[in-house]
Design a protein around this ligand. Structure first.
Ligand SMILES: C[S@@+](CC[C@H](N)C(=O)[O-])C[C@H]1O[C@@H](n2cnc3c(N)ncnc32)[C@H](O)[C@@H]1O
Length: 260
């Protein structure tokens, strides 16, 4: 099994909850545009804390989540009245029935996989005829302070650098149309771009949390030492207090929808 670059700690689970709250509207809107109807069988691939399972259930979907992380997934299913299947989207072709879902969805999952095209093919197989595949994933290139600050340059060096060194594509969102084509799906029927323009005051915590989660990998890769990690965490905390007004562009959350 390939390594999940963000790790599996209680702090990372909490970060996922905060991140999901931020994108709740953008995802709800895309589920509506994609035509999720009451009674649809919905699959959330890489369901994490179940935030999207909740959005599906609120729209009358009958929800299944799959994830490698059974602790998160079992709780997600209990919270949303759905079903959970512990499975690896990199290898488990038959984790769920082929053609079994009117809606197959995945958010922030493909950019964690070394072979996102193979995962897309697998997810497409799970879509029922006439159903839809919906994917939302990041292009993290946009993540930057305006004006630029040394502390955000350091975040970019380490966070984006660790992703790239692990063979992951931190710009994957922008490549979704190309990946759909490579997976044999053809061009998406529609695409969507969601963004968030925040401030250092409301973003420093997320920059710290993402850096903290990837630090063990970045240390192994030789990108940072434990002392540099501690210095960054102190600097970003300071930036949140000293430069709260600085504008922060977040990663773009890019969506693509394809009807089968
Ligand atoms: C960044 S989180 C996103 C969670 C959720 N989709 C959301 O947007 O809130 C990525 C999730 O994918 C799961 N994951 C990573 N690799 C996976 C794999 N190979 N198969 C299934 N799930 C995987 C992780 O356990 C984690 O819960």
């Amino acid at each position: 099994m390939t390594r999940y670059v963000m790790g599996r700690t209680a702090q990372e689970h909490e970060r996922l909850r905060r991140q999901a709250a931020i994108w709740q509207q953008a995802t709800g809107r895309l589920l509506d545009v994609a035509g999720l109807a009451p009674g649809d069988r919905c699959l959330d691939v890489g369901c994490g804390t179940g935030a999207v399972m909740q959005l599906m259930a609120e729209r009358g979907g009958r929800v299944t989540g799959i994830d490698l992380d059974a602790e998160l997934g079992e709780k997600a299913a209990a919270d949303t009245g759905g079903t959970f299947v512990a499975a690896n989207v990199e290898t488990d072709d038959d984790a769920v029935p082929a053609g079994g879902f009117e809606l197959v969805y995945g958010r922030l999952i493909l950019l964690h996989l070394p072979d996102p095209v193979a995962a897309l093919r697998r997810m497409w197989r799970w879509v029922a005829p006439g159903g839809r595949l919906v994917v939302q994933d990041y292009d993290m290139e946009s993540t930057e302070a305006f004006p630029r600050l040394p502390v955000t340059a350091e975040w970019r060096r380490v966070f984006l650098g660790a992703y790239a060194a692990a063979g992951r594509d931190y710009r994957l969102g922008t490549r979704l149309p190309a990946l759909f084509a490579q997976a044999g799906l053809g061009a998406p029927d529609l695409t969507d771009v969601a963004g968030r323009l925040g401030t250092m005051a409301d973003t420093a915590g997320m920059l710290a949390a993402t850096y903290r989660s990837i630090a063990p990998l970045a240390i192994e890769q030789g990108l940072i030492t434990a002392d540099q990690r501690d210095a960054f965490l102190s600097d970003i905390d300071q930036a949140g207090r000293d430069r709260p007004e600085v504008t922060m562009m977040w990663p773009l959350l890019i969506g693509a929808v394809k009807r089968r």
